[in-house]
Structure formats: structure tokens, C-alpha cells
Unconditional design. Sequence first.
Length: 390
Amino acid sequence: MGPDPAKEIRAGRLLQRPAGHFTFEPTPLPPSGLALGGQIHQCLSEADYELGYLHGQIAARPAAQQLVELACLREAVASCQLEGSPVSVCDLLWWQFDGARAEGLSGRRGDIRICANYASLLADLPHESDEASPLLQKSLCQIHRQLLAGVRGRDERSGRIRQAEIWLGPQGSTLETAHFVPPAPEHIPEHMALLAAFAAGEVAMPPLARIALMMYQLETIHPFVDGSGRVTRLTLLRLLSTIHGDGVRLLCPSILLAADVGGNFQRLQQVRREGDWQGWVSHFGALLRDSARAGSTRLIREEGVLKEYEKQILQQQPTIQDTGITLLRYLASRPIISVQQVAKICGRTFANANLLVGRLQNLEILTEITGKQRHRRYVYTPFLSEVQGD
């Protein structure tokens, strides 16, 4: 990897292993001589503002709560795609509806289950941790255990810090040719203990700068063989939730990360090779700022669609306004449904639920997607193209 020896004390050190290759052992946080200039402070302030604005949207917009769960699904899918798991929104929606019985899935069932577990963890994001810090090792292991729960071939090592060396690089790379080799497994407990101490201690820097440093360190330690990236992103969102509350669940940072995977990795490498902490903090702040702006834009657009449909129901089908709007708000977070589910959600008989579905079809709010006479499935029309894979 070849970092500048003069900067190794600040960013980390290379450790030669018995087989001849080198692992990168990061220096404990905080980095020495870290100076955050005016432009970095401005970027972090903008991120804080946009995150606070996003949180405020939930309080100001009645329909926002119904849209949070769908945002969690989007983040889960993007996070899995970042790890090379070809899971689609369609796969996750079908899995959410039919579980293990779902048919016509394009992704592997194990990957889809991990994606669904990620979405559940994000939907249940705690506002505060009962522990001193969400970065304590047992907390990370718990997240990892829940992430891989029920996944055949992976669940036996879930929640366990890795005991093997791994490397990051293009397909076919080795420990000798990889772009980056994380710390040796026997050093991970010490690295994690130092990171937890930094997370729990008093540090004179903006909260988002502190979180940026912790995210770099966790990415660099790479504590698990499989799932470290997803655990890191869930931990990021947990940390942010202690500052910005519910709005964080509308944040989908993996969408922007997926659009520039190489750029994000290069930013991490610039810290490891050159000690460019300022560049990383600035990059991290811009990522949060842009993700929060995108979350606010999606929320406003999707709530506008909901309001338009509510207006149609009130004007064109006033006799079903209570049940129709109840169902509409349910569809905002779970856009695939059956008549049996409609009956349960709205407290109606199957026959009445079937009539309600028919009326929402006439308003083009629901679209039948199976073409069958029995066991029909309906989709909330704004998500028709995603479910059909167009």
C-alpha cells in the first residue's frame, strides 16, 4: 500500500506478517495535529442544518411517519448493493409481503433476508443507547448477529469478531496485491477498545467531525469477515439518531455512496496513505448534507402524491373516505397488498374489502399485478414500475 513513512505515525503503521504481506494498523483516535478549517466547519454546519431540517419535516408533515419505513427499505437495498448483493426494491417488497414463500425473486434468498434484516434494524433505530456508546464491541456484535439472523451458512459466525485475515481489492487480488489489508485479527480487540474509549470520551470537536473519525476507524478496522460495511452504516445512523432523532431514518446515505463507491474508497485511502483527515471529514460532511437534502426532497414529493390521492378519494369516493385514506397511508410504507390484508387493516369483511380495492383501482391508486383470478396482489401505483422491474 506504501504510505509515506513520515505520515505513518499520524494515520497508522504497516505491520509485516509472517507470510510476508503487510496489514495496516491504524493509530488511535483522535489524530495528532488535526485542524478543521473554516470551510470544513461550514460543510459540517450545513450538514447539521439539513439533518435538523429533515427531522423537522417529520413533526411538520402528518404523512411523514408512513413514509419512514419505505425510506428504510431504500437504504437497506442500496447498502446491500454496495456490498455486491444484487437485491432490488422489488425483491425486498415481495419478501416483506410473502416472506420465504415469495416467488419470482431476482436476488439470492440469503441476500434478501440480510437486506430485510437491515431494514428492520433501521426501522427500529433507537433514539438513545442503553450503553455508554453505540460503538462498544458487544453492541456492534449484536447488530451483526441481528443482520445475519436466519441466513444459512452465515448465521454460525454472526456476532463474532473475525479470526482470519481479509483484504480489499479487485477480483483475483491477493494479500500481496490487494489495495488494502485491514488489521491483523489478533489486534482487533485492542483497536476496538481504543475506538470505544474515543467514542465515550470528551473531545473538543464538532459532533459530526467526531462521528466522521469513528466511521473512518471502523471502516479501517473491518471487524467482521462479512457484513462490516453494513454494520458500519447502521452504526453511523445510530450515532446520528442520538443527535437528530427520527429524521435519520429518512436518510439514505448508501444511495449516494453507491453512486461513487470508488471515490469514497479513495478518500479512505488518502487518510491511510497521506494522513488526509481534513479531506475525509469534509467528504463525510458533504455526504451527510447531500443525503439529508435528498431525503427532504423525497419526503416532500411522496407526501404530495399522498395528498393528491387523498383529495381524489374525498372528491370522487366520499363514502369510503375513512377506510380509503387508512389504506392509502398504509400503502405509503408497504405498497404491495392483498384483499385479505385490506380486510384486516380496515376491519372489514372480505367482500367489503374487495369492493374497496375495486374503487381504489378505479381511481388508479391500486393496480393488480398478477393477472390471476385468485391470490391476487395489488400495488400502490407510484411503485408499479419498481415492482414490475421497468
